[in-house]
Design a binder for this molecule. Structure first.
Ligand code: FPP
Length: 238
């Protein structure tokens, strides 16, 4: 029997916790923001490589609801990186058939950022080649609470016959498949409030590589590790 490989994978959706930017920059005597900037380059490369390997959706953790605790200067720098990423890459993403979607608490963002996000989503709405989901001001618990409020409002407070599938439609990820694989870089082994509902059956791959160093070979290695795992969904068959 042939070994499962990246080429034979039924792998639709990969999610990434892009960790280690700060340490990457500090180890070079540079400010943390330098690492985030380099992290955007890794993100561009990850989209390209994932697409080439047949992945259809990439969801990346770009700013968490907990990241507000960082110094204001770093928070503003991360917002600015999102603005610049859209300004620099949107035309190309439109052309390449990439659909862009942002998930998270948009209500806390500035009106200009909300506009930028809405414009990026609108301009790529009909693209079907690949989906790039930016989790920005995102927290899994916050998403679940917002979904519960919406469900409650919609159903006049009566959730007695609400199913898992019904509830999932109220999440920010409505209509998206759950991630098959979650990758976390930088040697940390935590889920950190990322896709708590959606990653219930995901495989996790952890790598010591810091996000700014994460490249094609690392993506291939993560997908190959996934290919070697057997997914059982709580049953006993591989
Ligand atoms: C974690 O590294 C990374 C983040 C909090 C931000 C990730 C953001 C990017 C890669 C760029 C943003 C991209 C867009 C499009 C907005 P860390 O700073 O916690 O690293 P550390 O653990 O080494 O301190």
């Amino acid at each position: 029997m042939t070994e499962p490989s990246v080429e034979t994978l039924p792998l639709h959706h990969v999610a990434i916790i892009m960790d280690g930017n700060g340490r990457w920059a500090s180890s070079r005597g540079r400010p943390r923001v330098f690492g985030h900037r380099k992290g955007v380059e890794s993100l561009r490369e990850a989209v390209k490589v994932a697409g080439e390997l047949g992945v259809k959706q990439l969801t990346v953790f770009s700013f968490s609801t907990e990241n507000w605790r960082r110094p204001a200067e770093e928070v503003e720098a991360l917002f600015e990186l999102l603005r610049r990423f859209v300004a620099a890459d949107l035309d190309r993403l439109v052309e390449e058939g990439v659909r862009v979607k942002v998930i998270g608490r948009s209500e806390d963002l500035s009106p200009d950022l909300i506009k930028i996000i809405e414009n990026a989503e609108e301009r790529t709405l009909h693209n079907t080649e690949f989906k790039l989901v930016l989790a920005f001001n995102y927290g899994g618990r916050d998403e679940i609470v917002r979904a519960a409020r919406r469900a409650c409002r919609d159903r006049d407070g009566d959730l007695s016959d609400l199913t898992e599938a019904d509830f999932a439609r109220y999440l920010d990820t409505t209509d998206m498949p759950d991630p098959d694989l979650v990758i976390r870089t930088s040697g940390e082994h935590r889920v950190s409030n990322f896709l708590l509902w959606q990653a219930a059956y995901a495989e996790f791959v952890f790598t010591d590589v810091l996000w700014p160093d994460f490249g094609e070979a690392d993506m291939k290695a993560a997908l190959e590790e996934y290919a070697r795992r057997k997914r059982r969904y709580g049953g006993i068959n591989g």
